[in-house]
Design a protein. Structure first.
Length: 139
């Protein structure tokens, strides 16, 4: 039996950098790709050893993305637009339903309306670029 948790209920939150623990939830999030981490493999193989050898490089923080049903009167959506227009750094948090949170300072690097066919919701794709360390807290 699996202990998997549904992603329904994932929250994307934003706090002003001046009050980094006072978060406001971004409204109408449709989907999200939470942040992640990677390290580059650095080849350290030598002729002397004759066998492949690698070390791992610096910790890289993967930038998160999310899609919203873009509502012009939603103040949380207005704040995303204000951030990208002003190149403003604020505190962001992804709160997963399992109790895991991923929090760090970031700037909005992307705000793009998606295709707008006749019979669809008005949506926008948003992306963040980390501007400092991301902290992961597990439940």
């Amino acid at each position: 039996m699996s202990n998997a948790v549904s992603t329904t209920g994932l929250l994307v939150k934003r706090a002003l950098i001046a009050t980094p623990t006072v978060f406001v939830t971004i409204g109408e999030v449709v989907s999200a790709t939470p942040p992640g981490f990677t390290r580059n493999e650095i080849d350290t193989t030598t002729h002397n050893d004759g066998a492949e050898s690698k070390v791992l490089g610096i910790l890289r923080q993967k930038n998160p993305d999310f899609r919203i049903n873009w509502v012009g009167a939603d103040t949380s959506h207005e704040s995303i637009l204000d951030d990208i227009m002003g190149n403003v750094k604020n505190q962001w948090q992804f709160a997963l339903p399992s109790g895991i949170t991923m929090t760090g300072p970031a700037r909005v690097r992307r705000f793009e309306p998606v295709d707008a066919p006749t019979d669809a919701a008005q949506q926008a794709d948003c992306g963040l670029s980390w501007a400092g360390p991301v902290t992961v807290v597990t439940a």
